[in-house]
Design a protein around this ligand. Structure first.
Ligand code: BTN
Length: 326
C-alpha cells in the first residue's frame, strides 16, 4: 500500500517534469534512498515513472492530482450546498461515508479519494482503480421516501454521468443496464448505491461512482472484462480530473433534486435512448447461473429491465442479475 508520503512525492511529480532525488528528498525531509523506495512502491501500484541518472524522476502519463480548491472553484454556486472532502487514501469512499453516516448527517456530503485500498464493485466484486488515473467518489443523499421509490436511482445516476461526460466533450458514451457506463461496449465506469433507512423512508443513499480516466495496462490486466478509459475516448486531449469531477457532481446534484420530487419516470426516455442494448437481443444471467434470452424492450418506470421473449414480456429488477451479449 502506498504510504501518505508517496502521495506527497507524487504530487510534487504530477507536473510531469524531472525532479532530482535530492530535491524530492529535501521537500519531504527524507533520505534519497527512502524516496527511491517509496517511488518503487508507487510503481507497484500502477504508476509509471522514468528514472534517469543525473536528472532524477519523472512521472509518465502525469495527470494533475485531485485538488479540493480546484473542484470547489469549478463547482461554483453548487459547492455552497455540499460538504466536500477529498482524501489521498481510504479503504472505500462508500464504506467511509456509510461509517460517517452512523455518527452524523452525510446528506450532500461528497467524499472523493485519490486511491482506494479496498474499492468495492457490484455483486461483491472488487473495484480496480489507480491513483492519478481514476475518479472514485461517493455522494450521500437523503430522501424522504424509501427503497421502493429509489429502485430506479442507479439508472438515474447513469443518466447524470452520461450528461456530464457528454458536456465535457466525451462522445459516444452509453449506458448498460442496470448502471454501467460503457463506450463501444467496453466498461468506462460503474455505480454502486447503498441504501440505509426505513423501507418506507426516510432513507440515505450513498452513491458511489468509479470512472476510468487513464488506466495503465497493469491495472487493466486485473479486470476480468473489456474496459476503456476517458483518455482513449478523448484521443490525446489532456483531461482535467478536477473539472470532470466538478461537472459530474453538478449534474448529479441537479438530477437528485429532481429525483426526490418525481422519481425515475421523467428520465426513463433519456435512459432508453442512451442504452447500448435498446431493442437488441441479450442474455440475462441469473444468480443461480440460469440464463434467459430476449430482445430488450426497455425499462419500466421503476428501472426494471423489460425483455420480449417471443411475444412474452419478462421483467428483471436490478440486483443480482447481469446482462450480456447473446
Ligand atoms: C460496479 O461494480 O460497476 C460498481 C463500481 C463502483 C465503484 C465505486 S468507486 C467509489 C465507490 N467506492 C467503492 O468502494 N465503490 C464505489
Amino acid at each position: 500500500m502506498l504510504p501518505p508520503l508517496g502521495f506527497t512525492l507524487l504530487r510534487a511529480l504530477s507536473d510531469g517534469d524531472f525532479h532530482s532525488g535530492e530535491a524530492l528528498a529535501a521537500s519531504v525531509g527524507l533520505t534519497r534512498a527512502r524516496v527511491s523506495q517509496v517511488l518503487r512502491e508507487a510503481e507497484m501500484v500502477g504508476l509509471k515513472l522514468e528514472r534517469i541518472r543525473g536528472r532524477g524522476y519523472r512521472l509518465l502519463d502525469a495527470l494533475p492530482f485531485l485538488d479540493r480548491a480546484a473542484v470547489v472553484g469549478k463547482l461554483g454556486a453548487v459547492a455552497a450546498g455540499l460538504t466536500i472532502d477529498i482524501v489521498d487514501t481510504v479503504d472505500s469512499t462508500n464504506s467511509e461515508l456509510l461509517r460517517r453516516a452512523t455518527r452524523g448527517d452525510v446528506h450532500r456530503h461528497l467524499l472523493a479519494a485519490e486511491w482506494q485500498t479496498a474499492g468495492r464493485g457490484r455483486r461483491g466484486r472488487a473495484w480496480t482503480a489507480v491513483a492519478g488515473g481514476s475518479l472514485t467518489f461517493s455522494l450521500g443523499w437523503r430522501f424522504e421516501r424509501g427503497a421502493g421509490f429509489l429502485a430506479g436511482l442507479s439508472l438515474a445516476v447513469g443518466v447524470a454521468l452520461a450528461r456530464a461526460l457528454e458536456s465535457a466533450g466525451f462522445d459516444g458514451i452509453a449506458l448498460k443496464w442496470p448502471n454501467d457506463l460503457v463506450h463501444r461496449h467496453c466498461k468506462l465506469g460503474g455505480i454502486l448505491i447503498e441504501l440505509t433507512g426505513d423501507a418506507l423512508g426516510p432513507s440515505l443513499a450513498v452513491i458511489g461512482v468509479g470512472l476510468n480516466v487513464r488506466l495503465p495496462p497493469a491495472a487493466r490486466s486485473e479486470i476480468a472484462q473489456a474496459v476503456t478509459d476517458l483518455a482513449a475516448i478523448a484521443g490525446g486531449r489532456r483531461i482535467d480530473r478536477n473539472a470532470v469531477l466538478a461537472g459530474i457532481v453538478t449534474e448529479l446534484a441537479t438530477m437528485l433534486e429532481g429525483y426526490a420530487r418525481d422519481g425515475f419516470a421523467p428520465l426513463r426516455g433519456e435512459w432508453q435512448r442512451r442504452h447500448a442494448f435498446q431493442k437488441k437481443p441479450v442474455k440475462i444471467v441469473l444468480p443461480d447461473g440460469d440464463t434467459a434470452r430476449g430482445d430488450v424492450v426497455g425499462v419500466d418506470a421503476d428501472g426494471a429491465l423489460v425483455l420480449d421473449q417471443g411475444g412474452r414480456r419478462l421483467r428483471f429488477v436490478t440486483g443480482e442479475v447481469s446482462l450480456r451479449r447473446p
